[in-house]
Design a protein around this ligand. Structure first.
Ligand code: C5P
Length: 301
């Protein structure tokens, strides 16, 4: 999903947002993490990470607010790579943040994956993508998926990535409210609910309808975490209802929320819904499925 641009004296990596088109929780692991099955797609909303050689490790952020301090996934990823490769080099990192934080769009994980790719090059670590993904898994469950292609089935804790050839041409309206969803709390709320999801379609059932008209997809956009996230939202802004009111039929929640997406057959339709949802109080952004990066296209010929 990542796209790397080499420049004299540094590297820039485009780090996309992801959308969980579906997310089913299949069980709980002894360590408390959940066993997932999820169809995930990279979409055309990007953070930009730039890395240059430097003696110290530093990070400067512009754009939307990003978590500062040692909990920042970029700095965690840099330290994890340094430890893995026995390197104590630094780097001057700068991030242009466009993917909103705490909305289930994977921005922090994507930034962490971008950091691993950039520093692997800058520090000449020589790790291959699978090794980088393994370092990424120690930083966050969603990091490994960003080393894969634009669409994949994600399984296990998140580390098991099955690349998909499947493509869709839908336009997606991303819509999110002012509040964030704390992922760990949503999973804990899910456990308390004790949901029985047997009646729902499987996470991969959506693959059958991906190329077709959007109306066929509506009942397949399942996310087992939605009821838990919805309960936590209480009476705050209802993004799903807002998108439905705007005219969208096929609506899903990504990750643990708080962002939702609506799929549209045409960009004009998506724009109408985005405008209406925006007037009703949601932040919106139109995206397409991310296309393969130049490197991947060259490799496949
Ligand atoms: O791995 P990461 O730190 O991104 O996960 C954040 C939280 O989400 C975890 O602390 C855990 O509560 C929950 N989680 C989970 N099962 C997964 C992924 C995340 O329970 N497969």
């Amino acid at each position: 999903m990542l796209e790397v641009i080499s420049e004299y004296g540094g590297l820039t990596v485009l780090a996309p947002a992801k959308v969980n088109l579906t997310l089913r929780v299949l069980g709980t692991r002894p360590d408390g993490y959940h066993v997932l099955e999820s169809v995930v797609a990279g979409v055309t909303l990007f953070d930009t990470l730039h890395a240059e050689p430097d003696g110290d490790l530093s990070l400067a952020c512009r754009g939307l607010e990003a978590p500062a301090g040692p909990d920042n996934l970029i700095l965690k990823a840099a330290r994890a790579l340094g430890a893995r490769c026995g390197i104590r080099a630094g780097a001057r990192l700068s991030l242009e943040k466009r993917i909103p934080v705490g909305r289930g769009l994977g921005g922090g994980s994507s930034d962490a994956a971008a950091t691993l790719v950039a520093l692997n090059d800058l520090w000449r670590c020589g790790l291959d993508p699978a090794e980088l993904a393994a370092v990424g898994a120690s930083v966050g469950s969603d990091v490994p998926l960003f080393f894969g292609p634009p669409m994949a089935v994600m399984r296990g804790r998140g580390e098991d990535i099955e690349p998909l050839e499947t493509r869709f041409t839908w336009t997606l309206v991303l819509a999110w409210p002012a509040y964030r969803m704390p992922t760990a709390e949503v999973y804990a709320a899910y456990d308390r609910l004790g949901e029985d999801g047997d009646a729902k379609p499987s996470a991969t059932a959506i693959l059958e309808v991906l190329g077709g008209p959007v109306r066929d997809a509506a009942s397949f956009l399942v996310n087992d975490l939605e009821r838990a996230a919805d309960n936590m939202r209480e009476r705050r802004f209802d993004v799903r209802a807002c998108l439905h009111d705007a005219g969208a039929q096929a609506v899903g929640m990504t990750g643990s929320g708080s962002a939702y997406f609506a799929v549209a057959d045409t960009e004009a339709e998506a724009q109408r819904w985005a405008d209406a949802a925006g007037v009703a109080g949601a932040e919106t952004y139109l995206v397409a499925l991310q296309s393969e990066g130049t490197d991947q296209r060259e490799n496949s010929t």
